[in-house]
Ligand binder design. Structure first.
Ligand SMILES: C[S@@+](CC[C@H](N)C(=O)[O-])C[C@H]1O[C@@H](n2cnc3c(N)ncnc32)[C@H](O)[C@@H]1O
Length: 264
Protein backbone atom coordinates (compact mmCIF):
# COMPACT_ATOMS: atom_id res chain seq x y z
CA UNK A 1 0.00 0.00 0.00
CA UNK A 2 1.26 3.46 -0.90
CA UNK A 3 2.44 5.51 2.03
CA UNK A 4 1.20 9.00 2.77
CA UNK A 5 4.57 10.31 1.53
CA UNK A 6 4.29 8.43 -1.79
CA UNK A 7 0.67 9.38 -2.43
CA UNK A 8 1.30 13.07 -1.94
CA UNK A 9 4.26 14.83 -3.48
CA UNK A 10 6.13 16.88 -0.89
CA UNK A 11 4.58 20.26 -1.70
CA UNK A 12 1.02 18.84 -1.83
CA UNK A 13 1.54 17.03 1.47
CA UNK A 14 2.70 20.27 3.07
CA UNK A 15 -0.47 21.99 1.85
CA UNK A 16 -2.64 19.23 3.33
CA UNK A 17 -0.79 19.40 6.65
CA UNK A 18 -1.08 23.19 6.74
CA UNK A 19 -4.85 23.01 6.09
CA UNK A 20 -5.18 20.36 8.77
CA UNK A 21 -3.31 22.55 11.26
CA UNK A 22 -5.57 25.49 10.39
CA UNK A 23 -8.65 23.34 11.02
CA UNK A 24 -7.29 22.26 14.38
CA UNK A 25 -6.61 25.87 15.36
CA UNK A 26 -10.10 26.88 14.21
CA UNK A 27 -11.71 24.03 16.17
CA UNK A 28 -9.78 25.08 19.28
CA UNK A 29 -10.78 28.73 18.81
CA UNK A 30 -14.47 27.82 18.45
CA UNK A 31 -14.36 25.31 21.28
CA UNK A 32 -13.24 27.85 23.82
CA UNK A 33 -14.95 30.06 26.37
CA UNK A 34 -18.75 30.02 26.36
CA UNK A 35 -19.04 27.32 23.66
CA UNK A 36 -16.83 24.99 25.65
CA UNK A 37 -18.79 25.77 28.83
CA UNK A 38 -22.06 25.07 27.03
CA UNK A 39 -20.66 21.77 25.74
CA UNK A 40 -19.70 20.71 29.26
CA UNK A 41 -23.10 21.71 30.60
CA UNK A 42 -24.91 19.75 27.88
CA UNK A 43 -22.84 16.66 28.55
CA UNK A 44 -23.19 17.04 32.33
CA UNK A 45 -26.97 17.38 32.02
CA UNK A 46 -27.15 14.29 29.80
CA UNK A 47 -24.96 12.35 32.23
CA UNK A 48 -27.17 13.32 35.17
CA UNK A 49 -30.33 12.37 33.28
CA UNK A 50 -28.91 9.08 31.97
CA UNK A 51 -27.75 7.97 35.44
CA UNK A 52 -30.69 9.33 37.45
CA UNK A 53 -28.12 11.69 38.99
CA UNK A 54 -25.94 8.69 39.86
CA UNK A 55 -28.76 7.47 42.12
CA UNK A 56 -28.49 3.85 40.94
CA UNK A 57 -24.71 3.47 41.10
CA UNK A 58 -23.33 0.55 43.10
CA UNK A 59 -19.97 -0.34 44.59
CA UNK A 60 -19.59 -4.13 44.91
CA UNK A 61 -23.38 -4.33 44.95
CA UNK A 62 -23.89 -1.57 47.55
CA UNK A 63 -25.68 1.65 46.55
CA UNK A 64 -23.30 4.60 46.46
CA UNK A 65 -24.62 8.03 45.53
CA UNK A 66 -21.57 9.60 43.94
CA UNK A 67 -20.53 10.99 40.61
CA UNK A 68 -18.09 8.25 39.58
CA UNK A 69 -15.66 10.77 38.07
CA UNK A 70 -15.46 12.64 41.38
CA UNK A 71 -15.11 9.33 43.18
CA UNK A 72 -12.00 8.51 41.16
CA UNK A 73 -10.48 11.91 42.05
CA UNK A 74 -11.23 11.19 45.70
CA UNK A 75 -9.58 7.77 45.38
CA UNK A 76 -6.44 9.33 43.91
CA UNK A 77 -6.39 11.96 46.66
CA UNK A 78 -6.81 9.40 49.43
CA UNK A 79 -3.88 7.44 48.08
CA UNK A 80 -1.68 10.56 47.87
CA UNK A 81 -2.69 11.96 51.25
CA UNK A 82 -3.10 8.73 53.27
CA UNK A 83 -5.56 10.19 55.81
CA UNK A 84 -5.61 8.67 59.26
CA UNK A 85 -9.24 9.79 59.51
CA UNK A 86 -11.89 10.53 56.90
CA UNK A 87 -14.99 12.28 58.24
CA UNK A 88 -18.11 12.09 56.09
CA UNK A 89 -21.44 13.81 56.70
CA UNK A 90 -24.36 12.11 54.92
CA UNK A 91 -24.05 8.32 55.14
CA UNK A 92 -27.25 7.57 53.21
CA UNK A 93 -27.20 3.87 52.18
CA UNK A 94 -23.59 3.52 53.32
CA UNK A 95 -21.92 2.96 49.95
CA UNK A 96 -19.46 5.84 50.06
CA UNK A 97 -18.14 5.11 53.56
CA UNK A 98 -17.91 1.43 52.61
CA UNK A 99 -15.95 2.36 49.48
CA UNK A 100 -13.54 4.58 51.44
CA UNK A 101 -13.07 1.88 54.09
CA UNK A 102 -12.26 -0.73 51.46
CA UNK A 103 -9.70 1.59 49.89
CA UNK A 104 -8.22 1.98 53.36
CA UNK A 105 -8.16 -1.82 53.66
CA UNK A 106 -6.04 -1.94 50.52
CA UNK A 107 -3.81 0.80 51.91
CA UNK A 108 -3.74 -0.89 55.33
CA UNK A 109 -4.35 2.52 56.89
CA UNK A 110 -7.15 4.91 57.85
CA UNK A 111 -10.53 5.10 59.56
CA UNK A 112 -13.91 6.58 58.61
CA UNK A 113 -16.56 8.36 60.70
CA UNK A 114 -19.85 8.99 58.97
CA UNK A 115 -23.05 10.61 60.22
CA UNK A 116 -26.65 10.73 59.08
CA UNK A 117 -29.95 11.78 60.62
CA UNK A 118 -31.28 8.28 59.97
CA UNK A 119 -29.93 4.79 59.40
CA UNK A 120 -30.73 3.64 55.89
CA UNK A 121 -28.46 0.58 55.67
CA UNK A 122 -27.29 -2.49 57.57
CA UNK A 123 -23.63 -2.27 56.63
CA UNK A 124 -20.76 -2.86 59.03
CA UNK A 125 -17.08 -2.41 58.48
CA UNK A 126 -14.34 -2.49 61.13
CA UNK A 127 -12.85 0.77 59.86
CA UNK A 128 -16.18 2.66 59.89
CA UNK A 129 -17.97 4.30 62.79
CA UNK A 130 -21.61 5.13 62.00
CA UNK A 131 -23.15 8.03 63.93
CA UNK A 132 -26.86 8.83 63.96
CA UNK A 133 -27.77 12.49 64.39
CA UNK A 134 -27.42 15.77 62.59
CA UNK A 135 -23.87 16.51 61.49
CA UNK A 136 -24.08 19.86 63.28
CA UNK A 137 -25.50 18.54 66.56
CA UNK A 138 -23.31 18.92 69.67
CA UNK A 139 -23.38 15.12 70.17
CA UNK A 140 -22.10 14.28 66.69
CA UNK A 141 -19.54 17.06 66.53
CA UNK A 142 -18.31 16.22 70.05
CA UNK A 143 -17.79 12.59 69.06
CA UNK A 144 -16.03 13.57 65.85
CA UNK A 145 -13.70 15.95 67.70
CA UNK A 146 -12.63 13.17 70.11
CA UNK A 147 -11.78 10.98 67.13
CA UNK A 148 -9.79 13.81 65.55
CA UNK A 149 -7.87 14.34 68.79
CA UNK A 150 -6.79 10.69 68.60
CA UNK A 151 -6.03 10.68 64.88
CA UNK A 152 -2.38 10.10 64.18
CA UNK A 153 -2.09 11.68 60.73
CA UNK A 154 -3.99 13.72 58.12
CA UNK A 155 -7.70 14.38 58.57
CA UNK A 156 -9.93 14.83 55.52
CA UNK A 157 -13.61 15.83 55.54
CA UNK A 158 -16.35 15.21 52.96
CA UNK A 159 -19.60 17.19 53.34
CA UNK A 160 -22.42 15.28 51.65
CA UNK A 161 -25.46 15.73 53.90
CA UNK A 162 -28.03 18.52 53.65
CA UNK A 163 -26.84 20.70 50.75
CA UNK A 164 -28.79 23.79 51.74
CA UNK A 165 -26.49 26.85 51.92
CA UNK A 166 -27.20 27.55 55.58
CA UNK A 167 -26.48 23.97 56.65
CA UNK A 168 -23.29 23.86 54.57
CA UNK A 169 -22.18 27.14 56.17
CA UNK A 170 -22.69 25.63 59.60
CA UNK A 171 -20.89 22.42 58.64
CA UNK A 172 -17.97 24.34 57.17
CA UNK A 173 -17.57 26.35 60.35
CA UNK A 174 -17.63 23.22 62.52
CA UNK A 175 -15.65 20.80 60.37
CA UNK A 176 -13.05 22.97 58.61
CA UNK A 177 -11.01 23.48 61.82
CA UNK A 178 -10.62 19.68 61.98
CA UNK A 179 -8.80 19.53 58.64
CA UNK A 180 -5.04 19.15 58.91
CA UNK A 181 -2.71 21.43 56.90
CA UNK A 182 -2.43 20.31 53.27
CA UNK A 183 -5.61 18.24 53.51
CA UNK A 184 -9.12 18.96 52.24
CA UNK A 185 -12.69 19.60 53.20
CA UNK A 186 -14.64 18.55 50.11
CA UNK A 187 -18.00 20.28 49.77
CA UNK A 188 -20.06 18.14 47.45
CA UNK A 189 -22.97 19.07 45.18
CA UNK A 190 -22.18 22.71 44.45
CA UNK A 191 -23.55 21.70 41.04
CA UNK A 192 -26.96 22.50 42.58
CA UNK A 193 -26.03 26.14 42.01
CA UNK A 194 -24.55 25.71 38.52
CA UNK A 195 -26.75 23.16 36.76
CA UNK A 196 -30.25 24.33 35.83
CA UNK A 197 -31.59 20.84 36.41
CA UNK A 198 -30.92 21.18 40.16
CA UNK A 199 -32.22 24.73 40.61
CA UNK A 200 -34.99 23.77 43.08
CA UNK A 201 -32.26 23.07 45.66
CA UNK A 202 -30.87 26.62 45.61
CA UNK A 203 -29.24 28.27 47.41
CA UNK A 204 -26.95 25.25 47.61
CA UNK A 205 -23.32 24.84 48.67
CA UNK A 206 -21.70 27.34 46.30
CA UNK A 207 -22.64 30.59 48.10
CA UNK A 208 -21.68 28.93 51.38
CA UNK A 209 -18.27 27.97 49.94
CA UNK A 210 -17.59 31.48 48.64
CA UNK A 211 -18.69 33.09 51.88
CA UNK A 212 -16.50 30.69 53.85
CA UNK A 213 -13.43 31.33 51.69
CA UNK A 214 -13.87 35.08 52.05
CA UNK A 215 -13.69 34.68 55.83
CA UNK A 216 -11.05 31.93 55.97
CA UNK A 217 -7.79 32.77 54.22
CA UNK A 218 -6.27 29.58 55.65
CA UNK A 219 -8.23 27.70 52.95
CA UNK A 220 -8.24 27.97 49.18
CA UNK A 221 -10.20 26.19 46.48
CA UNK A 222 -8.11 23.64 44.56
CA UNK A 223 -9.73 23.93 41.14
CA UNK A 224 -7.48 21.25 39.61
CA UNK A 225 -9.49 18.58 41.44
CA UNK A 226 -12.85 19.51 39.93
CA UNK A 227 -11.27 19.81 36.46
CA UNK A 228 -9.57 16.42 36.63
CA UNK A 229 -12.35 14.80 34.57
CA UNK A 230 -13.81 18.00 33.06
CA UNK A 231 -17.17 17.92 34.87
CA UNK A 232 -17.75 17.62 38.62
CA UNK A 233 -20.54 17.67 41.19
CA UNK A 234 -18.22 19.71 43.43
CA UNK A 235 -17.40 22.97 41.61
CA UNK A 236 -15.13 25.14 43.79
CA UNK A 237 -15.71 22.52 46.49
CA UNK A 238 -12.22 21.12 47.05
CA UNK A 239 -11.14 23.39 49.90
CA UNK A 240 -7.55 22.82 50.88
CA UNK A 241 -6.10 24.00 54.15
CA UNK A 242 -2.89 25.79 53.25
CA UNK A 243 0.08 23.65 54.27
CA UNK A 244 1.70 26.48 56.24
CA UNK A 245 -1.29 27.02 58.58
CA UNK A 246 -1.63 25.51 62.02
CA UNK A 247 -4.64 23.66 63.41
CA UNK A 248 -5.88 23.41 66.96
CA UNK A 249 -7.54 20.10 66.01
CA UNK A 250 -10.88 21.83 65.82
CA UNK A 251 -11.62 22.31 69.48
CA UNK A 252 -12.45 25.99 68.98
CA UNK A 253 -14.81 25.62 65.98
CA UNK A 254 -18.23 26.95 66.93
CA UNK A 255 -21.43 28.08 65.31
CA UNK A 256 -21.33 31.49 67.02
CA UNK A 257 -19.26 33.08 64.26
CA UNK A 258 -21.61 31.58 61.68
CA UNK A 259 -24.69 32.92 63.39
CA UNK A 260 -23.06 36.35 63.42
CA UNK A 261 -22.11 36.21 59.77
CA UNK A 262 -25.34 34.69 58.47
CA UNK A 263 -27.75 36.84 60.48
CA UNK A 264 -28.28 39.26 57.64
C1 LIG B 1 -26.56 12.71 49.15
S1 LIG B 1 -26.97 11.65 50.45
C2 LIG B 1 -25.38 11.03 50.91
C3 LIG B 1 -24.85 10.05 49.92
C4 LIG B 1 -23.71 9.20 50.41
N1 LIG B 1 -22.62 10.00 50.93
C5 LIG B 1 -23.21 8.34 49.28
O1 LIG B 1 -22.27 8.77 48.59
O2 LIG B 1 -23.74 7.25 49.06
C6 LIG B 1 -27.37 12.78 51.72
C7 LIG B 1 -27.68 12.17 53.08
O3 LIG B 1 -27.56 13.20 54.04
C8 LIG B 1 -28.47 12.94 55.08
N2 LIG B 1 -28.69 14.17 55.86
C9 LIG B 1 -29.59 15.17 55.64
N3 LIG B 1 -29.49 16.12 56.58
C10 LIG B 1 -28.49 15.73 57.41
C11 LIG B 1 -27.90 16.28 58.58
N4 LIG B 1 -28.32 17.44 59.10
N5 LIG B 1 -26.88 15.61 59.17
C12 LIG B 1 -26.44 14.42 58.66
N6 LIG B 1 -26.96 13.85 57.56
C13 LIG B 1 -27.98 14.49 56.95
C14 LIG B 1 -29.70 12.40 54.38
O4 LIG B 1 -30.46 11.62 55.28
C15 LIG B 1 -29.07 11.59 53.23
O5 LIG B 1 -29.00 10.23 53.58
Amino acid sequence: MATFRERFPRNRRDVVLAIDAQFRRLRKAIYRGPVREAGHRLFFTELVEATDNFGQITWLGRPIWQNVLDLWTIQETLYELRPALLIETGTNRGGSSFFFAQLFDLMDHGRVITSDVERLHDLHHPRVEYLIGSSTSPEVIGHVRSAVAQADGPVLVILDSDHNARHVTNELELYAPLVTPGSYIIVQDGSIDTLRLFRVGRPGPLPAIRDFLARHPEFDSDRTKEKRFVISHSPEGWLRRRPDTSTDKGVSGSLDSVRDSTAR
